[in-house]
Design a protein around this ligand. Sequence first.
Ligand SMILES: [Cu+2]
Length: 136
Amino acid sequence: MIRALALATLALLAACGGDVPPLVASDVAVKRPMPGMQMTAGYLTLQNNTPGEIVIDRVTSPQFGKVEMHETVIEDGVAKMSALDRVALPAGATVEFRPGGKHLMLMRPGTDLDLVTLEFYSGDTIVLAVSVAVGD
Ligand SMILES: [Cu+2]
């Protein structure tokens, strides 16, 4: 029910065509995979401008076979990555995907990686799509 309300809010804000988009990405960065590597990481900052929670539960990219949301955690002094099923953005919150914290794990890269598009889903709805030029 909460998710339905949040999506309804998103639709409403989008329909208004106001100055502030409901969900904004900034500082988007994707590095080109190292030679021979089948994965790379993606970083960005997400800002939820709605009065409701937005839950990201899937990320896809046309340029990658699989995308996962990961979080790096320190266990017994060792950095480990764990996959996140969902990332919740509380109302008005900013969530960072950055080195050493949450990040996108981009796996099985295709051949054309100059421009990468990331699609963020909440349920069946794409709540944000952002494209970025790949950096070296
Ligand atoms: Cu990872």
